[in-house]
Design a protein around this ligand. Sequence first.
Ligand SMILES: Cc1ncc(COP(=O)(O)O)c(C=O)c1O
Length: 481
Amino acid sequence: MKMPEHGSDRAQVLAELEQFRANDLEWRSGRVWAYVYDAGREVEEVGKQAFARFMTENALDPTAFPSLLRLENEVVAMAAAHLGGDEHTVGSFTSGGTESILLAVKTARDWAREHRPHIARPEIVLPVTAHAAFQKAAHYLCVEPVLVPVDPVTFKADVDAIRKAITPNTILLVGSAVSYAHGVVDPIPEIGRLALEHELLFHVDGCIGGFLLPYFRRFGATHVDFDLTVPGVTSISMDLHKYAFCPKGASVVLYKSAELRRHQIFACSTWTGYTIVNPTVQSTKSGGPLAAAWAVMHHLGDEGYAALARRIFDASRRLIAEIPKIPDLRILGTPELCLIAFTSDTVNVFHVIDEMKERDWYVQPQLGFLGSKENIHLCVTPGTSAWVDPFLTDLRACVETAKAIPADHSADGLRESLAAIDPKSLTPEMFSQMLAMAGLQGVELPRRMAGINEMLNALPAPLTESVLTQFVNELFQHKPA
Ligand SMILES: Cc1ncc(COP(=O)(O)O)c(C=O)c1O
């Protein structure tokens, strides 16, 4: 495609854009249990209008736009107050959980360069349930991720395993509150003690759980302390674009002190252009997400959030009680918030997902890894909370339908031959052959994904990663003009 020679008027362009949505997930239906944290039209509208008003202002230079400086300081202050910060707490507004985590790892790396200069190959200890963003950060920042197993029943970080993984090269410990995969809170106070004992930094990933956990506690939920009040915790992340219902591009990373946060900031004066000093990854940075976050937080306030959290709490409790009553299904661990992973020992969960899709539900597959069996993952939101009963009815029916689908062993041979492939040697030609063998035409996915999910689930992780990389490399290809 080439840029059109003549422009079109606003209405036409916007109408065309709308048509592009035809095959998107219909998240407003309340039937989508992932990706969108829907708190209703009014909240959405507040966020959109604030976003639009500030989207052109540039946070590159907060002295040129004091409005953005004020908004960021206020959003960070609200986040710090929510997470047990004190007068020493500082933080930054970032584009999302991944950026917050990337910055926390960079801060740890650069802190260690100053305080532990003897460490040549810094390591971060990651329970396998820590979000993949930590491994991405390690990859980008040349830090070694040291994966440790978690408790096989609770899926919480195993403190002894973390202790054993600490070496003279360790620079950072990590815990989740809650983990995405199983929705449980790691033993943060114990990990904090370990961090203090070994004089290590300790980041708590509260990206998905940090905002709601305090509300769930008000409703009577019990979980361990996880925030900045816990001795040993030196930084924490919390996404506003998840359970604070702000438009996407909104997270915060908080630090115990400005002295620590200093290591996050990048300044450069060895070039010929304008002065560069960036606290976060982006340089030119829209004020839109920040203004939208400020607006949504002020629009809802604590009362508004408590009301939304209550709906999520009630719906989650019901799902956690009812799902195990469905013969063949069991929940992994004991979810402490509103993220639920369930699996089966008797029915193929990937078929259940496809059957649910036939009934217009979107539920997310999670592949198996190190003791966490392949499963179905739900994020309960205010949008989905009203749909629990029809969801459970359809889930029951879909388990029965999926059970009746005969097991397909045709991929077994293929799997074996694929497992022998060296991931590094996977060429685009081999990838195309694999797609053809799996019955796919190019990278267009079939409606029923069970076959592909089973395949991905069975491959060794490095090969799955190569296949996914190749897939996305082909997916994002423009048509020649
Ligand atoms: C616990 C946790 N950490 C980090 C992230 C990454 O956040 P983002 O997708 O905003 O980059 C997620 C995303 O779901 C998460 O659940």
